[in-house]
Write a protein that binds this ligand. Structure first.
Ligand SMILES: [Zn+2]
Length: 90
């Protein structure tokens, strides 16, 4: 097999962990728990966008290995569970 072909195979190019994070915002009613991918620009692996005061409006939880785990956590917070429209985790 041609070597270049192996390198170009999409499965071998990048295998980033698809970790999930939950952002719980308690400054809104009802409280919201939004699920993001770690790589989402809003999430930034749980660091957020860096704007505003960290921990003032909400808190990042995670990482979760599977979407189901993130969803369960989000639901357990009692908040309204939604997924980010930007990174569209599933
Ligand atoms: Zn997101």
């Amino acid at each position: 097999m041609d070597k270049l072909e192996i390198i170009d195979s999409p499965a071998l190019v990048r295998r980033e962990p698809r970790n999930y994070y939950v952002y719980r915002n308690w400054r809104v009613r009802p409280i919201k728990a939004r699920i993001h991918l770690g790589s989402c620009s809003f999430c930034n692996w749980g660091k957020g966008t860096g704007r505003g005061t960290p921990g003032r409006n909400g808190k990042w939880h995670g990482p979760f290995e599977k979407f189901g785990q993130a969803y369960q956590f989000a639901a357990a917070t009692g908040g309204e569970v939604s997924t980010c429209g930007h990174c569209a985790p599933r």
